[in-house]
Design a protein around this ligand. Structure first.
Ligand SMILES: Cc1ncc(C[n+]2csc(CCOP(=O)(O)OP(=O)(O)O)c2C)c(N)n1
Ligand SMILES: [Mg+2]
Length: 254
């Protein structure tokens, strides 16, 4: 999709796939793809909006819309914009792209659901780069005060952002210690280990506090020359790289 659009973010998109797969196909989320507004559904919000190619592919596989639409990524008038746009595509629950806001959006939803005594759970995926912004920490404080145990944040801890390694640009150090200090329940998981991911995502539905799952991921997962190289945060592969990447993923270009 990114190669075809000649624009997009491969590293993060590749590393969140296993988390999205667990959420939509284990499945962890309660949803009905043919009824995206089903009132009983759980909510999934993507905060690190630039990884949306992975979400679009997941939603298409889950049946929200036809897989053919994936080839319209980033085209004018397509519902598949470079960052998700609420209202333009079935299954998209929030607009994102301006980083750092998704946790706040999720809190608004979770608080509303709680006030209405509804049991839907809210999941939000946020990146480590976003944890270098202040709004995130206000949001953590607020969710703990409101005891939003219907809220789970999954942190895409891939140790890169746009300008380099997170620990070089603005060290985050132990997110576990920091988020625990904000009075959240914190779990850690290998973001590519399906049994553990699924187990932990399930657990968070029955906690007494809001929960953060810190998922350690490998940016560019599955394509050796992209893995762990921050230059691939927002770089588009050329044709040779594209074919090599597909081969590594054992997908064949037909
Ligand atoms: C508020 C805001 N500031 C800056 C940007 C520009 N920006 C886009 S992606 C990115 C890096 C964020 O880090 P992360 O999400 O961890 O990147 P990844 O791991 O996907 O490479 C930045 C700074 C933005 N989209 N929004
Ligand atoms: Mg990152």
């Amino acid at each position: 999709m990114i190669y075809q659009a000649k624009s997009g973010h491969p590293a993060g998109s590749l590393d969140v796939v296993d988390i999205l797969t667990s959420l939509y196909f284990a499945p962890i989320l309660r949803y009905q793809a043919d009824q995206p507004q089903w009132p009983e559904r759980d909510y999934f919000l993507l905060s690190n909006g630039h990884t949306c190619p992975a979400l679009y592919a997941t939603l298409a596989e889950a049946g929200y819309f036809n897989i053919d639409k994936l080839s319209t990524l980033r085209q004018l008038n397509s519902g598949l914009q470079g960052h998700p746009h609420y209202g333009s595509l079935p299954g998209i629950e929030n607009t994102s792209g301006a980083l750092g806001q998704g946790l706040s959006q999720a809190i608004g939803l979770a608080l509303g659901l709680k006030l209405n005594q509804q049991s839907n759970h809210v999941y939000v995926l946020a990146s480590d780069g976003e944890h270098q912004e202040g709004q995130i920490w206000e949001a953590y404080m607020f969710a703990a005060k409101k005891e939003l145990n219907n809220l789970t944040v999954i942190v895409d801890r891939n140790f890169i952002q746009i300008d380099g390694r997170t620990e070089t640009v603005m060290p985050l150090a132990s997110l576990e210690a920091k988020i625990t200090a904000f009075n959240w329940q914190v779990l850690k998981v290998d973001g590519h280990n399906f049994p553990n991911l699924i187990n932990q995502l399930k657990q968070t539905k029955t906690q007494s506090k809001p929960t953060a799952i810190i998922a350690k991921t490998i940016p560019g997962k599955g394509i050796g020359f992209i893995e762990n190289d921050y230059h691939w945060h927002g770089r588009v592969p050329n044709r040779v790289e594209y074919l090599k990447g597909l081969q590594e993923l054992m997908i064949y270009d037909n």
